[in-house]
Write a protein that binds this ligand. Structure first.
Ligand SMILES: *[C@@H]1O[C@H](CO)[C@@H](O)[C@H](O)[C@H]1NC(C)=O
Ligand SMILES: *[C@@H]1O[C@H](CO)[C@@H](O)[C@H](O)[C@H]1NC(C)=O
Length: 346
């Protein structure tokens, strides 16, 4: 089901941050994760999890759909999609690359056939690592990667799948599932460290229970408490993993963005942040515009800036811009132990 595929939070955080990071002498950004960061890899896959159609491109420069799930008009250079680069015989990975794929999860079992799983993304990256070592020499490649940012947003799809399938999960069952995710995540982050990652921007999952898609299945249109609780647990445990890794590896630095805490502010008090609609999606079809994805046949709202959610899983550009600003130079409890600006400067 396409509906259980992609998810919410803040791809723009990565995008905006990439421009500034580059200005602050970060040589490249390597992007991993799900639709929040997908710049077009899924357009190279035979999958229903694509966003290469007109409404999703309506805010792009020139209004051209370029395969991004959320809208943006920052007009910044973004790390190109791996599947586009790798098809060229003299692919250059020195300026960064994005492995992100809409629908991807921490778990291999999440949307396996529809996207590039996180494990597969890391496998592709290990090829890029080898290629950089060949072209720059091992020492230069190591230095280049140590200065680069590794931006990762992963976990939302796993939690959404679980919450949809297990609406009556007990707290201990939820915890068990999150523990299993975290165990995989821990190995995946360690693999990236082993392949040269030294500056990690980890975007935790958003309050996925409040996405229009999960609200819509409740008879009273309330947020899924199960999904939201799991997002909180997951973000907290991810912090534990990263913190543990820095204790073990003195040369590792990270910034963790708690998308859940940051986005819940807008959902709980929309008026304070300039929103009038924090529940229904701007673009889609059916109840709350959340029954069916945003497609060329969907209806969409008159004013995208007053909606928190663009489609059934993704935030609007207005939302994403505000999240971006917080991640960039905000502070705890939203971004910690350092913010993106500080991470870039290391
Ligand atoms: C997931 O798939 C990758 C290959 O893509 C494999 O290396 C890994 O062991 C798998 N993980 C699990 C938990 O099955
Ligand atoms: C759209 O919504 C934003 C945010 O609430 C508001 O500032 C703006 O004036 C609205 N635009 C129109 C054309 O109503």
């Amino acid at each position: 089901m396409a509906g259980a595929s992609v998810v919410a939070s803040c791809r723009l955080v990565i995008m905006a941050f990439m421009a500034v990071a580059t200005a602050a002498s970060v040589p490249a950004v390597y992007v991993f994760g799900d639709s929040l960061a997908d710049v077009g890899n899924n357009n190279h896959l035979l999958t229903v999890l694509k966003a290469d159609f007109s409404h999703n491109g309506m805010d792009y420069p020139g209004g051209v759909a370029t395969g991004r799930f959320s809208t943006e008009k920052l007009g910044l250079a973004t790390s190109p999609p791996y599947l586009a680069l790798s098809s060229s015989s003299n692919a250059n990975y020195v300026n960064g690359v994005s492995f992100a794929s809409g629908g991807a999860g921490v778990s291999n079992a999440t949307n396996t056939e529809l996207c590039i799983t996180f494990d597969k993304q890391i496998e592709y990256y290990s090829g890029v690592y080898a290629s950089l070592a060949r072209s720059l020499g091992q020492t230069q490649a190591t230095t280049h990667l140590a200065k680069s940012i590794f931006a990762i947003t992963i976990g939302s799809n796993d939690i959404i799948h679980y919450a949809r399938a297990n609406t009556a999960a007990t707290p201990s069952q939820q915890q068990q599932y999150v523990d299993a995710l975290i165990q995989s995540l821990s190995g995946q982050l360690q693999s990236l460290y082993n392949l040269g990652a030294r500056k990690v921007l980890f975007l935790g999952t958003g309050p996925v229970g409040c996405t229009p898609s999960l609200r819509e299945i409740s008879s009273t249109k309330v947020c899924s408490a199960v999904a939201n609780a799991m997002a909180v647990q997951y973000n907290k445990a991810a912090e534990g993993v990263l913190n543990g890794m820095t204790t073990q590896h003195g040369d590792l630095h990270y910034a963790l963005f708690d998308s859940s805490a940051a986005l819940l502010r807008y959902i709980d008090q929309p008026a304070e942040y300039g929103f009038t609609e924090a529940k229904a999606a701007c673009c889609g079809l059916g109840d709350m515009n959340a029954k069916i994805a945003c497609t060329p046949l969907s209806s969409y709202c008159a004013n995208r800036s007053d909606h928190v959610f663009w489609d059934f899983y993704h935030p609007t550009e207005a939302t994403a811009r505000m999240l971006t600003a917080t991640a960039f130079d905000g502070s705890t409890p939203f971004i910690f132990p350092i913010n993106v600006k500080q991470l870039s400067a290391i």
